[in-house]
Design a protein around this ligand. Structure first.
Ligand SMILES: Nc1ncnc2c1ncn2[C@@H]1O[C@H](COP(=O)(O)OP(=O)(O)OP(=O)(O)O)[C@@H](O)[C@H]1O
Ligand SMILES: [Mg+2]
Length: 352
């Protein structure tokens, strides 16, 4: 989505998802009427290395990037990366219709009213989502330059070059478009629940009409379990993943349930806000991605609370996966959604 001026056109880009709990590398190749997975690598990150969307320990992140890239066996240096979090502002705005050549300046002027940062502190992008009665609806995307510099820095430190800088939520959308080419009618809400940030992106007809990131994720579950049972974060995390660490599932259910209620309220609040910005737009279904989407019972709980279908994303549904990767793909499942979306990007393209 962001077409940053200093980035050059390259070939053979691969997806590099720098998540707060793991770095994921996905390289896809197009041919024979479809996409094929050619390289996949995941390297875990200890908690607090990336905290509240800020890279606290850049060297550790660069090492994890190198580890994921070498596990994947990727030869290319050109990575498509993405940013997420609170320094990212995505807003739908309306401006009077202007001729295309005046649009850029009009957007700059309008953006100043909507962005809580100085305009020269941000990279700005936009896309037109509709025109009516002499007005244009735009989605404005602004991200703090310092945030981009931070992520670009760890990628360069790893010896790679960031050929594309996207937004997690839009990468999620790209992934969905590939896997669900037929769903173009009603609004679908994509929600990626990672370890620390929840990214939402509402798509209609292949266009993003709303997006927002919320600081809430799998770590909230793990912390609640740790607190409730007076155990360390690592042990609580293992228990949450169903590993045998001497803690029965029943013991963690109360903590899980209370966080799921909070999560449901957070998402509800976001969608209420969406409803207030979009005239009578109805969300027909929700697709969950991110590692947390695998939490047993979460999709069903959210579906019964909100009364709409909630599915779990299958990012490789329409991608050919070679035998060597089937196990990793199955285990990581929806956690690879953003990496797949980034793997679809090519340097120089405009994304969605
Ligand atoms: N089977 C599972 N059950 C419950 N939670 C899971 C499961 N698998 C992964 N998770 C949780 O998903 C989270 C990691 O998901 P993901 O890889 O999408 O996050 P991330 O991209 O590293 O983080 P973020 O995008 O927030 O920076 C962790 O909190 C992890 O505990
Ligand atoms: Mg993530």
């Amino acid at each position: 989505m962001l077409n940053l001026p200093f980035l050059r056109r390259r070939r053979e880009t691969f997806g590099l998802d720098i998540g707060s709990s793991a770095v994921k590398v996905v390289q896809l190749r197009e041919g024979g009427g479809g996409h094929r997975l050619v390289a996949l690598g995941i390297a875990p990150l200890p908690p607090d290395v990336i905290s509240e969307g800020t890279i606290k320990e850049p060297a550790v992140v660069s090492d994890a990037i190198n580890e994921a890239v070498s596990k994947a066996g990727v030869k290319s240096k050109d990575a498509a990366i993405a940013v997420s979090g609170r320094e990212l502002i995505i807003k739908k705005v309306q401006i009077p219709e202007v001729p295309p050549k005046e649009l850029h300046d009009a957007v700059q002027l309008e953006a100043e009213h909507h962005i809580p940062f100085a305009i020269d502190e941000v990279f700005l992008d936009y896309h037109v989502v509709g025109k009516h009665d002499g007005a244009m609806d735009l989605i404005l995307v602004a991200v703090k330059k310092s945030k981009v510099t931070e992520y670009v820095g760890v990628v360069e430190e790893a010896g790679l070059s960031p050929a594309v800088v996207d937004v997690d939520g839009f990468a999620l959308g790209n992934q969905f478009e590939l896997n669900h080419p037929d769903e173009r009618g009603e609004a679908v809400a994509l929600v990626d629940i990672g370890a620390s940030t929840m990214k939402t992106n509402v798509l209609r007809g292949g266009t993003s009409i709303f997006a927002r990131d919320i600081p809430f994720g799998g770590n909230n579950y793990t912390q609640a379990i740790a607190q409730h049972l007076h155990i360390a974060f690592e042990q609580a995390e293992a228990a949450k993943l169903g590993k045998d660490v001497g803690i029965g599932w029943d013991a963690i259910v109360p903590a899980l349930e209370s966080i799921s209620r909070e999560l449901s309220l957070e998402v509800q609040r976001t969608f209420d806000y969406f409803a207030s910005t979009a005239d009578s737009e109805r969300i027909a279904k929700i697709v969950l991605a991110g590692g947390c989407a695998q939490l047993p019972g979460l999709a069903d709980y959210l579906s019964s609370t909100w009364g709409i279908p909630v599915e779990v994303a299958r990012p490789f549904q329409r991608i050919e996966v070679p035998g060597a990767h089937t196990e990793t793909v199955a285990a990581a499942g929806p956690a690879l959604a953003v990496a797949v979306g980034l793997g679809l990007r090519q340097a120089g393209d405009k994304g969605s």
